[in-house]
Design a protein around this ligand. Structure first.
Ligand code: FAD
Length: 341
């Protein structure tokens, strides 16, 4: 059954007689679910109640099959239409709002990735509901913890008023749900919901994409991240030293905003408040001072290593290990040591 007994959370959520049920917007590519989706499913599981996964796109078969296998999913809803190709925000947000309303979901979640952040707040606006961004802990059906002041403080916020609770989920704060073990029913969304998406399409147009192909692990998911800062001094140095270190450690490469702004590293490598949030097992910050806006994106890393010539640099306040010295001397030494392993 889609709606099992009312969870204790539902009453805490002030949701009246509505059964708690959660809709998760799936991020997917190339017929597979993105890892961000699996992390968001874990946040959804904390709410209790059945979880449905919405797979929207112009070809959804592969991702829908993967979604049906994901643990903890009771229903997969697919929405397939040319207007939903490339995850454009206007039609996808209209679809999400329409599906949320049609099935009376009490909670609507999306990963706090570029994709989710582009779509969920728009859907919330369409429903005249305040979205809660970057949720990193679920207290109950109405109460959520999220970082503020670039992660320097945590706010516990309670959503009041009617309408669904609409959240983006900080994926690094929730473990990934198992990708297999589930056996969800797959259902196509109704014609009305698709019509809402088509009607909203046209606000933006897909022109093209320039995707960097990389053999490296994805920055947001990597177990080891090596990040370079302004001290690298040039794009050539950045490639030579950061890629050299990453190759030896099987790591993803990140960058500070100063390195990105100076053109040493591409934009999608930026870690921090206005970049990606990462929480690898090992984070190595090379020539990065440790400004709060950078730290906001990496402070949840398990082990932090800093390489910086200034022993008083703020990065050393959060680093577990430090190498104080010139990176241009230290990195070749480190590489030589790693090559011996
Ligand atoms: P610097 O602060 O210039 O630090 C360079 C460091 O390298 C210094 O500590 C220096 O001691 C060291 N160094 C110099 N030479 C050597 C050497 N030869 N060997 C070893 N060490 C050396 N920043 C981000 O990173 N991510 C963000 O998302 C982000 N968002 C922002 C949002 C806002 C609204 C604002 C205002 C700022 C944001 N910033 C962000 C910028 C942030 O404030 C810092 O300016 C930036 O992080 C600094 O980058 P950096 O550490 O590479 O450079």
């Amino acid at each position: 059954a889609l709606r099992p007994a009312r969870s204790a959370l539902a009453s805490a959520a002030g949701l009246g007689l509505r059964s708690l049920s959660t809709l998760v917007l799936a991020e997917h590519a190339g017929g597979a679910l993105a890892p961000t989706t699996l992390h968001t499913l874990s946040a959804a599981a904390k709410l209790g109640g059945p979880v449905s996964l919405l797979v929207a796109g112009d070809a959804t078969q592969g991702a829908a099959a993967a979604a049906a296998r994901a643990a903890g999913v009771s229903t997969v809803l697919t929405a397939e239409d040319p207007c939903l190709a490339h995850g454009l925000a206007e039609p996808t947000a209209a679809l999400l709002a329409a599906v949320g309303t049609k099935h009376a979901f009490t909670h609507v979640l999306a990963p706090s990735s570029t994709y989710g952040r582009n779509i969920l707040p728009r859907a919330a606006a369409l429903l005249d509901v305040q979205a809660v961004a970057d949720v990193q802990e679920v207290k109950d059906g109405d109460t959520f913890v999220r970082p503020i002041y670039a992660g320097n403080a945590l706010a516990t916020v309670r959503v009041t008023g009617g309408g669904p609770r609409m959240l983006t989920v900080r994926t690094t704060a929730f473990a990934a749900a198992p990708a297999s073990g589930g056996n969800a029913a797959v259902q196509v969304v109704g014609a009305e919901e698709l019509a809402a998406a088509r009607e909203a399409a046209g606000g933006s147009q897909w022109v093209g994409e320039d995707v960097r192909k990389s053999e490296r692990p994805e920055l947001g998911q990597a177990r080891v991240v090596v990040s370079g800062g302004r001290a690298l001094k040039s794009a050539e140095n950045f490639d030579r030293f950061m890629e050299g270190l990453a190759d030896r450690l099987g790591a993803a490469v990140g960058a500070s905003r100063a390195a990105v702004d100076a053109g040493y590293a591409p934009n999608d490598l930026q870690v921090g408040q206005t970049g990606k949030v990462v929480a690898p097992d090992l984070y190595i910050a090379v020539g990065i001072s440790g400004a709060i806006q950078h730290v906001a994106g990496m402070s949840a890393s398990k082990v932090i290593v800093a390489i910086n010539s200034d022993g008083d640099a703020p990065i050393y306040q959060i680093a577990d290990y430090g190498l104080v010295g010139d990176l241009f001397a230290l990195l070749p030494e480190l590489e030589a040591e790693l090559d011996k392993l």
